[in-house]
Design a protein around this ligand. Structure first.
Ligand SMILES: Nc1ncnc2c1ncn2[C@@H]1O[C@H](COP(=O)(O)OP(=O)(O)OP(=O)(O)O)[C@@H](O)[C@H]1O
Ligand SMILES: Nc1ncnc2c1ncn2[C@@H]1O[C@H](COP(=O)(O)OP(=O)(O)OP(=O)(O)O)[C@@H](O)[C@H]1O
Length: 498
């Protein structure tokens, strides 16, 4: 179906190739898993296979790529290729451009010659599959991160193309939603679709995969069967190495830094937060879990003044957020957004980190030292002059973290900080957070990654429908321990991490 022969590729502005001498044949009906560390070239390979490098991005391309035995260059652009290949990008948000979820899905179906009845059938089918029927009339930009991913996936599935490429398409989905995607893909594979899943974490899909391609620095390092990959990854650096830590349910001796009382947040008639109470104490490392749309992002946006209470009270370091300007709150609270692209807008990596520092009055050599230190901590040393949009998704994620830690706020909040990072990189990120915790920072992180919860969180909070439904600090540890036990069992089986 797709054949790459000695394919090398260098982006227009880059000096080094992002793909080197790739030889790979993807057969019809195959489910290929592509993995590797951040910046290994996974997204670039996905873009190549979709014809986007050749027809949209340009740059220096050497070697050959054929699709259905035709040179990819001979296709009449992406317009013709998109009749055969559907792709979900690693940044779902950039893919969603219409005013409602329904239009987003219908837009791809129009001009394809389907009858009105067929269009309606497909619309209903993918809405049900992706469980987004209730979001039909919503504007995509108002959805939660996971909801956006579901819509991007639904819009692509609706096209029913013979090839499907998913680039980190489930990274922000909750456990249940990932299971659902697994069963959809299993069915599509049975229907002989060709599927390419590009992900830093492929464990969830090993069971239905045919082969695993491991990329490293733009080259194919290995091609393995899923069973061999699972066996080897137990010992390799793609698996988390952190030691299990003791689980502590209470940190009562510390001072409160966040105090939330009766917080309600409304979007129109909808209560995204519902009369929520929460207290976080100095030096805690807290994980916030919860299904997609449960209100996690809405909650953390209250902590640096991005949202103000509709009703109730939020106090951070004794400051009432309703009465305190944002530029005062950001001195105490640093928030790493769920989508790093929403906080990156400068021309170079170092200017990006300098921006926040300058805003709080840190300039000159002091700023220079803070930039160098934070970039080193997130492993981006050497990338100072790079245009942030030219970084891979995982690198952009780490840059967003550097921007916040450079300012050394007392309270560090990370909204899904390990999206786009593999197990080793996630572990490294968490080691960094623990180091900052030891230095006295309070860390709050929203996550769907149960492995990092198991390895690193002292206190775990679970949200559902805008409320906190479990909090290990109140002794309500049972279901977390159940979840964690489940993770341990899966790890022992070499299976999926929730
Ligand atoms: N600007 C908005 N307008 C209307 N509804 C919104 C808006 N922002 C969020 N919501 C809704 O509020 C609910 C909570 O969203 P939030 O982003 O807090 O969820 P989340 O728990 O972080 O989800 P995810 O795990 O998918 O990131 C969702 O149903 C979402 O669609
Ligand atoms: N538009 C671009 N211009 C220049 N360089 C780029 C561009 N996009 C990506 N790169 C570089 O190409 C390399 C591979 O990036 P790619 O996005 O393919 O990696 P990845 O394996 O998907 O990483 P991640 O898991 O972090 O998303 C990186 O070094 C990145 O900085």
């Amino acid at each position: 179906m797709i054949e790459l022969r000695n394919l090398s590729y260098t982006y227009g502005t880059a000096e080094e190739p992002s793909l080197k001498n790739i030889n790979l044949k993807v057969k019809k009906g195959e489910l290929l898993l592509v993995t590797g560390h951040s910046a290994a070239g996974k997204t670039t390979l996905a873009l190549a296979m979709a014809g986007i490098l050749h027809h949209e991005i340009g740059g220096k391309i050497e070697g050959n790529l054929s699709f259905k035995n035709r040179d990819i260059k001979e296709f009449d652009g992406i317009k013709e290729l998109s009749r055969h290949t559907g792709m979900v990008f690693d940044d779902a948000e950039s893919q969603l451009i219409f005013t409602t979820v329904e239009e987003e899905i219908l837009s791809g179906l129009e001009n394809r010659g389907y009858s009105g009845k067929e269009i309606q059938r497909r619309l209903n089918e993918v809405m049900e599959l992706c469980e987004i029927g209730h979001l039909k009339e919503r504007a995509p930009h108002t959805l939660s991160g996971g909801q956006k991913q579901k819509v991007a996936l639904a819009a692509t599935l609706a096209l029913d193309t013979e090839v499907l490429i998913l680039d980190e398409a489930t990274a922000e989905l909750d456990t249940e939603a990932v299971r659902k995607v697994f069963s959809v893909l299993k069915r599509l594979k049975e229907a002989e679709k060709t599927i390419i899943i590009v992900d830093h974490n492929i464990e969830d899909f090993l069971e239905i995969g045919d082969r695993v391609v491991l990329l490293e620095k733009g080259e194919i390092k290995a091609i393995k069967s899923p069973a061999d990959f699972a066996a080897v990854s137990e010992d390799t650096d793609l698996t988390s190495k952190s030691s299990k830590k003791e689980y502590s349910c209470s940190q009562k001796e510390r001072q409160p830094v966040i105090s939330i009382k009766n917080l309600t947040q409304r979007y129109g008639e909808f209560n995204a937060l519902d009369n929520l109470d929460l207290e976080i104490r100095s030096g805690e490392l807290v994980a916030i879990l919860g299904e997609n749309g449960s209100g996690k992002t809405t909650l953390v946006k209250h902590l640096n003044g991005l949202l103000r209470p509709y009703s109730g009270n939020v106090s951070v370091k004794g400051l009432n957020t309703s009465l305190t300007p944002v530029n005062e709150l950001v001195k105490h609270t640093g928030l790493v957004f769920q989508n790093p692209d929403n906080m990156l807008f400068e021309d170079t990596v170092e200017a990006e980190v300098a921006f926040g520092l300058n805003n709080i009055g840190i300039t000159g050599s002091e700023a220079g030292d803070a930039i160098a230190r934070s970039l080193e901590l997130v492993n981006l040393k050497g990338k100072e002059k790079v245009f942030p949009r030219h970084l891979s998704r995982g690198e952009r994620q780490r840059l967003a973290v550097a921007c916040v830690i450079a300012m050394r706020p007392e309270l560090i909040i990370l909204d899904e900080p390990t999206t786009g990072l593999d197990a080793e990189e996630s572990d490294r990120m968490m080691q960094l957070m623990k180091r900052l915790q030891l230095e006295g920072h309070t860390i709050l992180m929203v996550t769907h990654n149960m492995q990092i919860v198991k390895d690193h969180a002292e206190r775990v909070i679970r949200m559902a429908s805008g409320k906190i439904v479990e909090d290990s600090a109140n002794g309500a540890c049972n279901s977390f321990k159940r979840n964690i036990k489940c993770v341990e069992e899966k790890c022992a089986e070499g299976g999926a991490i929730v």
